[in-house]
Design a protein around this ligand. Structure first.
Ligand code: RDZ
Length: 290
């Protein structure tokens, strides 16, 4: 005989989720996530699910809301809850895994945030980290690319720079979009003293510096002929820039990890949509106008 399901406090849920319900609670309900009850930190008194539960536990409510039982004939029969409530109460493996990952992320990010303030354990390195921050900021990269474009006198150079400009703009757009959608706050230990930010930059997921570092370094490695030591330096710069985001307390580790992934994928998009005088002649002709 299967053992009754249990809620987050280990209490059996058999009364709320009868096994005859078709068991949507195991994720069969159209692929819906089930971790709402795990992620919810609402006080019991304010949680509508809890309110419904308490009501269903009341004998008065039970009798009145289960007409098939007949008034007084089966007072112990539970009232069936709407399907979505039963699913909410069932902690899934995915929910537990996500919560654990989040806890590790927050713990590790706090540990690594050693330059988050002047008085932090590595506070003396903070100015250096802030210099690195500027090296991955969008403004110098955009201005630098525009300047080089204006100075470039070869078609090949102009093509590469035009695509770098397109990459940087695509990156800004995607990062702003995701930050606005996810709205994850920056770590509590971060000091918001960054150079030139947009309004979405109050959010931390994903790290814009990490996406830019991955995108630009992949771009450079693919389009610039560099000696091996310089190629290593480019990769090191990207990695240290990402690490410095966590050390400065600007980001959690997962913001940077996802940022690297996103930047890497962005380059694939740029490569796929590569702009050239053949497929985007207007751009190149316009740029050549006096
Ligand atoms: C205003 C422009 C052109 C870029 C903003 C660059 C910026 C401030 C990104 C935020 O980076 P993190 O998400 O790594 O903190």
């Amino acid at each position: 005989m299967p053992s009754p399901r249990r809620n987050a406090e280990g209490r059996p849920l058999a009364a709320c989720a009868p096994s005859s319900s078709g068991s949507p609670a195991h994720g069969g309900g159209g692929g819906r996530f089930e971790f709402q009850s795990l992620l919810s930190s609402r006080a019991p008194g304010t949680d509508p699910t809890c309110a419904r539960l308490r009501a269903s536990e009341s004998p008065v409510h039970r009798r009145g809301s289960f007409p098939l039982a007949g008034a007084g004939s089966s007072p112990a029969l539970p009232s069936p809850l709407p399907e979505e409530d039963r699913m909410d109460l069932n902690p899934s493996f995915l929910g537990i895994a996500l919560r654990s990952l989040l806890a590790i992320d927050l713990w590790l990010s706090k540990k690594l945030g050693v330059c988050a303030g002047e008085s932090s354990s590595w506070g003396s390195v903070r100015p250096l980290m802030k210099l690195l921050e500027i090296s991955g900021h969008g403004i110098p990269w955009l201005l630098g690319t525009l300047y080089c474009l204006s100075r470039s006198d070869s078609w090949a150079g102009r093509e590469v720079l035009m695509n770098l400009l397109f990459s940087l703009l695509l990156d800004l757009l995607l990062v702003a979009l995701i930050k606005g959608l996810v709205r994850r706050r920056r770590p509590a230990h971060n000091q918001m003293d960054m150079f030139f930010t947009l309004s979405v930059d109050k959010y931390s997921f994903p790290s814009g510096h990490a996406t830019r570092a991955a995108l630009v370094s992949r771009f450079i490695l693919n389009h610039l002929v560099l000696a091996i030591p310089l190629r290593v330096l480019v990769v090191l710069w990207a990695f240290i820039l990402g690490l410095s985001r966590v050390m400065l307390g600007r980001h959690n580790v997962t913001d940077v990890a996802f940022g690297f992934f996103l930047g890497y994928m962005q380059y694939s998009i740029v490569d796929y949509c590569w702009l050239s005088p053949h497929n985007a002649p207007v751009l190149f002709v316009l740029w050549n106008q006096p």
